[in-house]
Design a protein around this ligand. Structure first.
Ligand code: GAP
Length: 484
């Protein structure tokens, strides 16, 4: 079977309650999506798995949850107010708004400005060459704070964070001191981020509201920072492949110097093959996550009157010096940072695409089987009665479901024949189906069916919880070993 494209996943996601277009009854809101009953479970599982891997499973990482709206000065000193821009071009003909970096620069022309003036580039929507000169567009989403705030009152202006990272930097000393951390150590955070993307699209790949899982890993200034970037790249490749992503669908992209973000000295993007249907291989990839070496840029920028290399961002507003005191050497310095930054939504899409498979049953019918890692599966087990008109069987199945629900996500379903019920669970990735049949009433045992092999085994009801938990725990343990 060829790999699924994003459209296959959009249709499955909508049909089975993973993701719905947001505000649909009012005509939608460009590229906003709502997560349905299964989508929210998958998203929570991705986040919990990441958290467990980094915060629980290691000694050197702590978690935080900072505010979405921070003091505006955070964005002044982080450099986002000044540099978090996209170049925007308007088509005068069809009014399409285009990100200038998405226009193909013809050979022999040095800038997009020149290409537009000479009418050498076309609007991707209507082919017109009547385009406005490019202008800077800050992609931070604005809001105003306070009941009395006027729309244009600059003192009330605030931003919805465009990255969760800054909430970590401004809490660096709080975490370091309260948890008595010594370098190297990391701070992890999961949360919403917002960007006024000019051209959102491709389902949940590029949206204006999304979620990030970010780690700021603080190290000594004299560490081997480029090697640490490679270390974290390997860690994340291990984490994604441990959770079921095929290594062939991941690709490492060394971001060229000219394209680095304002804070980065080196960035490696882990790309995922989101567009397998595209003929040219280089067009199949899109960024899944990035691992950046941010130097000591952020801690210095947020510190009261630090010495900055370029002397540009001398900070008179901060009340703190965010340098680190090294007890052993009795000296102060600003730690450097390696930052692996992953998108929850892009990770979910990659997990869904990689898990999608089709299988033909013995009646020759095509079935979709979503081979999600058990750790990620929205529903861990479905309890299915073989006969829904037999009160004893139904009663026993419901009692089993009730006994399992405090420890794992279990559902009960009796709305079809068993073949149909299995197919439904396969399509949403439920790893274990439990069937209660006539025999169960006599031998107090049930059939546990494996999603991937369709093999069945008979398990005593008294052992069922232990059996399922052991299988889930060993799948998790295997994944954590892979992710190390
Ligand atoms: N703190 C660094 C940072 O934010 P980034 O490369 O701009 O770096 C990190 O973003 C990750 O966040 C991306 O690799 C992607 O997974 C996710 N992301 C960024 N913009 C996004 C958007 N508009 N929609 C969905 N995910 C996005």
């Amino acid at each position: 079977m060829s790999a699924p494209n994003i459209e296959t996943i959009v249709s499955l996601a909508k049909r089975r309650g993973f993701v719905f277009p947001s505000s649909d009854i009012y005509g939608g809101l460009g590229s906003a999506w709502d997560y349905g009953p299964l989508g929210v479970e998958l998203s929570n599982n991705v986040k919990q798995s990441w958290w467990r891997w980094l915060v629980y499973n290691r000694e050197d990482i702590e978690g935080i949850d900072s505010s979405i709206i921070l003091n505006r000065l955070v964005w002044k000193y982080s450099g986002h107010e000044e540099t978090f821009h996209d170049l925007l071009v308007d088509c005068r003909e069809c009014k399409e708004r285009i990100r200038a970096d998405k226009l193909d620069l013809p050979a022999g022309v040095s800038s997009i400005q020149e290409a537009i003036e000479k009418k050498l580039v076309k609007c991707p929507n209507c082919d017109s060459t009547d385009l406005t000169p490019p202008r800077q567009f800050n992609t931070m989403l604005r809001t105003t704070l306070g009941a009395a705030a006027e729309e244009d009152d600059p003192t009330a202006l605030a931003y919805l964070r465009p990255e969760t990272a800054q909430g970590i930097f401004i809490n660096f000393l709080n975490v370091q001191q309260t948890m008595r951390k010594k370098l190297p150590f990391g701070i992890a955070q999961i949360g919403k981020a917002f960007r006024n993307e000019i051209t959102p699209g491709n389902f949940i790949l590029r949206t204006r509201e999304f979620e990030q899982m970010e780690l700021e890993y603080f190290v000594r200034p004299d560490d081997e920072h480029f090697k640490l970037v490679d270390y974290w790249v390997d860690q994340y490749v291990g984490w994604y492949t441990g959770l079921g992503i095929n290594r062939e669908n991941l690709h490492l992209h060394e971001v060229p110097q000219s394209e680095l973000a304002h804070y980065s000295r080196r960035t490696v993007d882990i790309m995922y093959r989101y567009f397998p249907e595209r003929a040219e291989e280089e067009r199949q990839w899109e960024e899944l996550m990035g691992i950046a070496y941010r130097t000591d840029f952020d801690l210095k920028s947020h510190s009261k009157n630090p010495e900055t290399e370029d002397g540009k961002r001398i900070n008179q507003d901060s009340t703190e010096d965010l340098s680190y005191f090294d007890e052993a050497e009795k000296k102060r310095f600003y730690p450097h940072v390696i930052e692996p930054s992953a998108g929850v939504n892009r990770s979910m899409l990659a997990f869904l695409m990689d898990a999608y498979s089709e299988k033909t049953n013995d009646k020759g019918e095509k079935r979709v089987v979503l081979k999600l890692h058990p750790e990620l599966a929205p529903i861990k087990t479905a309890i299915l009665p073989l006969a829904r008109n037999k009160p004893e069987i139904v009663g026993m199945a419901k009692a089993i479901k009730r006994s399992l629900q405090p420890v794992l996500r279990a559902v009960y379903d009796d709305t079809g024949g068993i073949g149909k019920l299995y197919a439904r669970q396969d399509e949403i990735g439920t790893p274990y189906c439990v069937t209660v049949d006539h025999q169960s009433l006599e031998d107090e045992a049930v059939t546990v069916r494996d999603r991937d092999t369709w093999e069945q085994e008979r398990i005593k009801v008294a052992d069922l919880q232990g059996h399922l938990l052991t299988r889930l725990a060993s799948a998790r343990a295997e994944q954590l070993v892979n992710g190390e």
